[in-house]
Ligand binder design. Structure first.
Ligand code: T1G
Length: 705
């Protein structure tokens, strides 16, 4: 055995332990070690069976995802094949048990299903999350899972990739017992019962009684395909369904062969490469150069929020969801009551949908203390300001906080664009001031842009990054500039969308092309959703910064002057019915034509391709400038911001990854053409030019850092 896999003895039972921290992935050497251990158990007459268990935090959490890049790049020839190892477990003449804690995910569950029995602690989870990586189970998971859990549960788990609890796994037949107390002891006791009973160890691949028949299965697969279509553009869920269906129609071996074909198609797809990039990216962003695990964090036991509006209320829910008591302050009882009513309604919706029981809602509500005063703020370890987006008010609030907050408390602003250093200048403790930019709705959107000021301390940054994980957010550290990373890029993206409308594209054509590209919503529809007046107010506040002679969008301000703020006024770029369903508005089309004529803009037919290039390359070019300026640490950080904050499709990897996929030479050449046609707004980023001319990618730029 290797040190990755060891075999010890508990009397007449062999105990196989996997020791491949941090998640016991099936890295090279682990499958081989398991096979060797099983062979030794089978050959050792003194052993009557075997239990396999994971050391550390979990059972096997899957194949080693880092290996996929080596396969798709040709570094490693063969695919990941655990099939023989799993079959050797299943064919072991002595009964075997998989003892599960933590997560048996992907290949981990597939290995566990090769065992004759499976037991788990109540907190364990099992799942086939491969579709979240753009692939499907590749070690007979789609063939064994329906044999244990039945077709409906198996196709749901393989197509949506979500984990199930030990309790549910027991109910559907994936595991055989939930063990209280010590897992290994429980697994040994379970196996001794089976040995004593003299049962023939059941081979999962031979258990066909749950595979149902054509008549019963057809509606299941039809419903699964319809559900999977909702994950627009994704190929893996459909492939997973196809593979599970093969289990119901073909022999086990032919079903495995079909699964392998589908697995390889997915593994080599751009979608899977992008989603694996995102998987590691969401973990990479937590690594801040110069701020290691040795940096002392500030303990967050109590929080306080100023402002119970949409954002403040959502932020309060994040703290309550994490079990952190939180005060929320408003200036009037009416505003406070309105804010608490929204929080209560959000929680009630979740209870009504069965997401969690009423007592969880009650516990969370009890952690939120609404008030009109600053009472208790002096005990808060972190205070987050979520008031109106105006610098004067924010500085006034921070000046007050400076007098109230205890020494060492973090003072965070939820500002979405304003200068965090200027806000910090209102206090005597700028090293404790930081931006915590949540995205609306704050209790739903995973992104937290963490904006470091010039003197924000390492401790405050380290604490903010850890707090993001505790609040189940993806925290991305960004520098201080107008719009930070996300909104600064959104500004360019929205600019181009509006220019395209002025130049001849209908609003629904711009939004339609980007929706088809995979964006959750088109940019104009997003503006109507968020409220066109939000941007209008900011543009008025920063009117003095607009450069003379530089083109800026003309229509949005006019729509606001007409009182067309978007959904909230029943009309914006589109008109909305009582159910907020959008329809194109001839009045807006007439306005666009008139404004374009007055501005002497020659309108023309604009292709979908140009819409995508003008909007996406504006994002990429601005992203390259953000990288050059050090506002983002890595290109992948920008991708993670855009996917988690702006509805960018994960299966495209984010704007920078998409640029790599298109090829930076092509992107750069088109940016230069747009510069010729449209002027300085399209000034190519130096970094983009350099990478394009060197034939390099943003991913290589990140690696070289
Ligand atoms: N492979 C390689 N590294 C992994 C990994 C994996 N499967 N899972 C986690 N890591 C790394 C991760 O990058 C991080 O590294 C560290 O472990 C801690 O992760 C054949 C083909 C298990 C629920 O999709 O869902 O099996 O940043 O921060 O919050 O059919 O990790 O420390 O350097 O996420 O406690 C299927 C993916 C693979 C599971 C733990 N399995 N992982 O969460 O820790 S495909 C998955 C997770 C497959 C088979 C197919 C989570 C977790 P670093 P973490 P966590």
């Amino acid at each position: 055995m290797s040190e990755l896999v060891s075999l010890s003895r508990a009397g007449e039972i062999g105990v196989i332990s996997i020791n491949n921290p941090p998640v016991n992935a099936l890295s090279p050497g682990v499958p081989e070690g398991i096979a060797a251990a099983i062979a030794e158990v089978a050959a050792d007459a003194s052993l009557k069976g075997a239990v396999m268990i994971g050391s550390g935090q979990t059972f096997i959490a899957g194949a080693d995802i880092k290996e996929f890049g080596k396969i798709t790049s040709g570094q490693r020839k063969e695919g990941i094949n655990f099939l023989d190892v799993i079959k050797s477990i299943e064919d072991c003449p002595k009964p075997t048990v998989a003892a599960i804690h933590g997560t048996a995910f992907g290949g981990g569950l597939e290995v566990a299903m090769g065992f004759h029995y499976r037991v788990a602690v109540a907190s364990a989870q099992v799942g086939q999350p491969e579709v979240k990586l753009g692939i499907i189970p590749g070690a007979a998971g789609t063939q064994r899972l329906p044999r244990l859990a039945g077709v409906a549960k198996a196709v749901q788990m393989c197509a949506d990739g979500n984990p199930v609890s030990a309790k549910e796994a027991l109910a559907v037949g994936i595991i055989d017992r939930i063990v209280d107390g010590d897992l290994l002891e429980g697994a040994l006791a379970f196996l001794r019962e089976k040995i004593a009973a003299g049962e023939q160890p059941p081979k999962t691949r031979e258990r066909n009684e749950k595979l149902g028949d054509e008549a019963a299965n057809a509606p299941i697969f039809e419903a699964a395909r319809a559900q999977a279509k909702k994950a627009r553009g994704l190929m893996a869920p459909q492939a997973a369904i196809e593979a599970v269906e093969a289990a119901t129609k073909l022999s086990f071996d032919k079903g495995v062969a079909r699964e392998r074909e589908l697995f390889n198609q997915c593994l080599h797809s751009d979608q899977s490469k992008a989603m694996i990039h995102v998987f590691f990216g969401e973990r990479e962003v937590a690594k801040i150069p110069g701020i290691g695990r040795d940096v002392q964090q500030i303990e967050i036991k109590k929080a306080a929020i100023i402002g119970a509006g949409t954002m403040g209320g959502g932020i309060a829910m994040n703290y309550a969801n994490a079990g952190i008591p939180v005060i929320i302050k408003e200036t009037t009882q009416e505003a406070l009551d309105r804010g608490l009513a929204i929080i209560r309604k959000n929680y009630q919706n979740s209870v009504n949908k069965g997401r969690f029981p009423q007592e969880v809602m009650d516990k969370r509500m009890a952690l939120i203390t609404p008030q009109l005063s600053y009472d208790g703020f002096e005990e808060a370890d972190i205070i987050t300001e979520a008031v109106f987006e105006g610098m004067a008010l924010k500085k006034e609030v921070f000046a007050e906080l400076d007098k109230i907050a205890k020494p060492g408390a973090i003072l965070a602003s939820n500002t979405s664009t304003l200068n965090i250093d200027e806000i910090a200048s209102a206090t005597s403790r700028p090293e404790f001031v930081i931006g915590h930019h949540y995205f609306s709705p704050a209790n739903v959107m995973r992104l937290l842009e963490i904006v470091r000021g010039q003197v924000t301390s390492k401790e405050v940054i380290a604490t903010s990054m850890a707090l993001a994980k505790r609040l189940k957010k993806v925290g991305v550290l960004v520098g201080n500039c107008y719009g930070f990373v996300g909104n600064r890029m959104l500004h360019q993206y929205g600019r181009e969308a509006q220019f395209l409308v002025e130049e001849g594209a209908k609003p629904q054509e711009v939004d339609g092309a980007l929706y088809k590209f995979g964006m959750a919503m088109g940019p104009l529809a997003v503006g109507d959703l968020a409220g066109l007046d939000v941007g209008w107010r900011i543009r008025k506040e920063f009117k003095h910064l607009e450069k003379a002679g530089v083109r800026h969008p003309l229509i949005a301000d006019l729509l606001c002057e007409m009182g067309r703020y978007g959904q909230k006024t029943g009309a914006g770029w589109y008109k909305y019915d009582e159910n907020r369903k959008a329809t194109p508005d001839p009045e807006v089309e007439k306005l666009i034509e008139d404004v374009a004529a007055e501005a002497q803009i020659n309108r023309r037919t604009i292709t979908e391709e140009e819409i995508i290039e003008r909007t996406q390359y504006a994002l990429i070019n601005e992203g390259a400038k953000i990288l050059e300026e050090g506002i983002a640490l890595r290109a992948v950080d920008i991708d993670i911001v855009y996917i988690n904050g702006y509805g960018y499709p994960a299966w495209r990897g984010g704007p920078m990854w998409y640029g790599d996929t298109v090829g930076l030479k092509k992107v750069y050449d088109r940016v230069c053409q747009f510069y010729e046609e449209h002027g300085e707004l399209w000034t190519p980023a130096t970094l983009l030019k350099e990478l394009a001319e060197a034939g390099k990618t943003f991913a290589e730029y990140d690696k070289a850092k």
